[in-house]
Design a protein around this ligand. Structure first.
Ligand SMILES: [Zn+2]
Length: 183
């Protein structure tokens, strides 16, 4: 049985579900998404202080598909971004990194050390893995990730790529890089 906060979450869900409205079925939605070409996928960090729906003003009139991982790093999201592209054909992918990110404070060496304690038998694999550290500026990590996306054979060259920086101290979002469709 679930404990602690999960009990609260289940209780809250049972209330929320009472006024739930069923969305359009996926197979009805997909042709609309593909036709419009206006779909946006936003890759951002898993940090619980960051609410991408709120930051971007997402509501019933402005939608986005959200992907989140530690740091909002592209190398770790390629599978998901590639899959989403085959389903909804988004015209734009946004990469949003933020200040005071865990990946700027905890670097790969720290993460490797902690993971080797968890799984010493996996030391070799852990030592050979990268974990998405951000050692330079947020602007640099955003540019680096847009370059990985642009170079990926799995991401359509027609996709517009936008890099955004979110300042967690002020709540202000700013555009760092913009790469238009190459075709
Ligand atoms: Zn973060």
């Amino acid at each position: 049985m679930a404990t602690g906060p999960v009990i609260q979450m289940l209780a809250r869900n049972s209330k929320i579900a009472q006024s739930y409205q069923t969305p359009l079925g996926l197979m009805q939605l997909v042709p609309k998404m593909r036709e419009s070409g206006t779909g946006v996928v936003v890759l951002s960090c898993s940090d619980p202080r960051l609410n991408p729906y709120q930051i971007l003003g997402i509501d019933s009139t402005l939608k986005a598909t959200m992907v989140r991982n530690a740091g909002g790093r592209v190398f770790d999201a390629i599978r998901t971004l590639a899959v989403l592209q085959t389903i909804g054909a988004p015209g734009t992918i946004v990469v949003m990194h933020h200040t005071d990110c865990g990946m700027t404070h905890f670097h790969d060496a720290d993460i490797r050390k902690a993971l080797i304690e968890v799984a010493p038998e996996e030391k070799e694999t852990i030592d050979a893995s990268k974990f998405g550290e951000i050692k330079g500026t947020i602007e640099e990590s955003i540019r680096e990730d847009l370059a990985i996306l642009r170079a990926s054979p799995l991401i359509k060259k027609t996709t517009q790529l936008v890099g955004l920086k979110y300042d967690i101290a002020t709540g202000v979002l700013s555009e760092v890089a913009h790469s238009k469709s190459e075709l």
